[in-house]
Design a binder for this molecule. Structure first.
Ligand SMILES: Cc1cc2nc3c(=O)[nH]c(=O)nc-3n(C[C@H](O)[C@H](O)[C@H](O)COP(=O)(O)O)c2cc1C
Length: 367
């Protein structure tokens, strides 16, 4: 059966993103599923999962660590070894064979890690030695986060170089572009916020200093890919893992305004996921605020459904909508929207479990 051409659904219209023509406005959000194989390398099961979802206008593959130091959870994939590159090659081939487009999200977790996950059981690194005071999952179960080691000034350029090498590796792996993960309390976000960055050198203090690391990473990745194949993800109202800032609006207004100097593939903004009553100085409607500031292509994400996604695009508040949990449970999400059929419900118990259950076994709609 042909999908009906439904002009009342802006989500189902084509979109030109740089040189890439997206077949619809649905983006599969980056989703950690913790099903990588030996050596944190992608395996055939991951290729099946992504190829099942190739009808998305764009897939942003799950956060993938740029170095062994960037690891923060068991069984998440990396993009720093040959084995990992070869694993990803199978995935990009499978997605391209199904007419899909796929970017990779580049990740360094900073302090959201544990010595049990680090090379030689070293302390995780961060802009400053500040403990967010929460727990995380290690190979030996839940453990409190340990106070990280503050990066020495001379180490920072090495991490920027790791991003650049990871960007080269992503190219070799056959991706169509990359997304820099600057959201959700990980290393770049830790540099941005003044609760996690107490540095007194040129990477701390005033907003332009705290944003320096982000723009150095961006320049390095763009040197590999060209700006129109590079996206960036920000969470201006993110408060997980102890993220806080005395003036988040000024911070992210500065960053987003400066991003206008680049012709990026897109800016991907995460709407707040938690009630912000305790944080009245954070924005409740991130995309509407930044639509007025950012001149390029905007992706909105966070608690969208079909109706809200169509509204947002129809009103011009975003160009593309990323769906996370709905794409976990509905491999054929664009088709389900096209036919207005009920959606499968995501099962949170299997988000991070190994194996195909809750991963590749969600049913497609009946033809
Ligand atoms: C299981 C799971 C894994 C996630 N992994 C990532 C990730 O790797 N990178 C990232 O930037 N966000 C990640 N997120 C956040 C999602 O990309 C998205 O922002 C969030 O799920 C909100 O969108 P939704 O309401 O459509 O699910 C994850 C979310 C879930 C539920």
């Amino acid at each position: 059966m042909q999908a009906p051409n439904n002009p009342t659904q802006p989500l189902l219209t084509h979109f030109q993103m740089g040189h890439l023509r997206l077949k619809n406005r649905l983006v599969m959000a980056p989703l950690t599923r913790r099903r990588a194989g030996k050596g944190n390398a992608p395996v055939d099961l991951n290729a099946t999962y992504y190829s099942q979802r190739a009808s998305a206008g764009l897939i942003i593959a799950e956060a993938s660590q740029i170095s062994p130091q960037g690891v923060g959870y068991p069984n998440t994939p990396g993009i720093y070894t040959n084995r990992q590159i070869e694993g990803w090659q199978k995935i990009t081939r499978a997605v391209h064979d199904n007419n899909g487009i796929i970017f990779l999200q580049l990740w360094h977790v900073g302090r959201i890690s544990h010595p049990l996950l680090q090379p030689n059981h070293q302390l995780p690194v961060a802009p400053s030695a500040i403990n967010p005071g929460e727990e995380l999952t290690t190979p030996q179960g839940k453990k409190p986060i340990e106070t990280p080691r503050a990066l020495r000034l001379e180490e920072i350029s090495g991490i920027v170089e790791d991003y650049m090498q990871a960007a080269r590796n992503a190219k070799e792996a056959g991706f169509d572009g990359v997304e820099i993960h600057a959201a959700n309390s990980y290393l770049i976000d830790q540099f941005l916020h003044d609760s996690s960055n107490h540095r007194t050198d040129e990477y701390g203090g005033p907003i332009p200093h705290r944003a320096r690391f982000l723009f150095e990473v961006l320049d390095a990745v763009i040197a590999v890919w060209g700006s129109n194949k590079v996206g960036i993800r920000l969470a201006p109202s993110g408060t997980r893992y102890g993220m806080n800032d005395t003036d988040p609006v000024a911070l992210f207004d500065y960053v987003v305004t400066k991003l206008n100097d680049y012709t990026l593939a897109y800016l991907h903004l995460v709407e707040p996921m938690l009630p912000l009553d305790e944080y009245p100085h954070y924005l409740k409607e991130v995309n509407k605020h930044y639509r007025n500031i950012y001149k390029g292509i905007l992706i909105a994400c966070g608690n969208f459904n079909q109706e809200k996604g169509n509204d947002y695009i129809g009103m011009g508040w975003a160009d593309l909508i990323a769906f996370g949990r709905l794409f976990i449970a509905n491999p054929d999400l664009p088709r389900r929207f096209a036919f207005d059929v009920p959606l499968n419900k995501p099962n949170t118990d299997t988000f991070y479990n190994p194996g195909p259950t809750g991963y590749t076994d969600y049913p497609f709609m009946n033809k």
